[in-house]
Design a protein around this ligand. Sequence first.
Ligand code: SF4
Ligand code: SF4
Length: 343
Amino acid sequence: MSEDNHNQIGHNHFSEKNLNKKDLKTTRLGFFVHYNKEGYRIDYYNTSLFKRLLRKGLIKLGLFEYIKNFKRRLVVKFVLKEKVKNIINSLTKKKLPLFDIISIETFSKCNGGCSFCPVNRFDDPRKDILMDENLFKKIILNLYDLNYKGMVTLSLNNEPFLDKRIYKFAEIVRRYLPDSYISILSNGTPLNVERFEKIINNVDELLIDNYNDNLEWHENIQRIMEHMSDKEIYKDKVKFRMRLENDILDTRAGQANNRGWIKTLDISCIYPFVALNIQVNGDVSLCCNDALAKEVVGNIKDRNLEDVWYSKEYFDYREKINTSRALVPICAGCDTVDIPRRL
Ligand code: SF4
Ligand code: SF4
């Protein structure tokens, strides 16, 4: 594809701004970041004793959700509404740039048991399905044609290391999209030192979420930490995150089983303007929160990524969300108001 065509179909926001790959790294927002004695990064999320006790007390009193919702509404009203509006206005001032985050789910399931997640292993209604390898290659070749330089996340609402092909897939992305930022998010349970070594050179970021309510590191993850301890080169790439399996987080598009009903938030949402999410069967779901693909924007089996991104269906969704979250059923019950990493 010629350079002219790239410009017509829209250059992504990332390459347009000449940002460095490093701009896509996880920010410290929301996490308490700590470096262990070897200098490796460990993030703690919602794990401080004070927070946990406070939460327990508020849950017991039946006040937790009420306060959480109230806080979110205040932040939306006084901080985020205007900010999100300005970002979307700047993205849509001219032609909407191409997505600069693409998440690909190559296997449909997770082995995790997180109570806040609609696709934990107890609640997930999806069948075990692997993405067709040719479909995966089609996506990457399409990105190659687009001269894509944004983020490629080889996980979505699944555990990527349950797919044994993930190493080969990461290698393919590295080979065809050398300037992209390759990220994988895993709960760490299928990993061992050998698998870690097999993947690490083909990713820019490996996020390992260690879910444990007693705040203990899983043994296999500890072994990976020990293995890394004398390897400077991994310092920048690997982030270990201690997280609670029984946490209460966002409503996840109204589908988190441990959250109740919320009054629809009066704010748009940035995700459909910057990120493309591909399910195992090629369906493009509205956002990363739409774990069960309830709102499908299109399918990329017989269409190009850019065609779906610039399709009428997608713009209809964007317009609805911009008008009111109430117009899209999953958005009506969603309290996610994230601003993606580099915006
Ligand atoms: S949050 Fe992640 S690790 Fe936990 S069940 Fe959901 S997909 Fe699995
Ligand atoms: S409001 Fe929630 S469900 Fe709707 S697009 Fe945004 S993150 Fe997804």
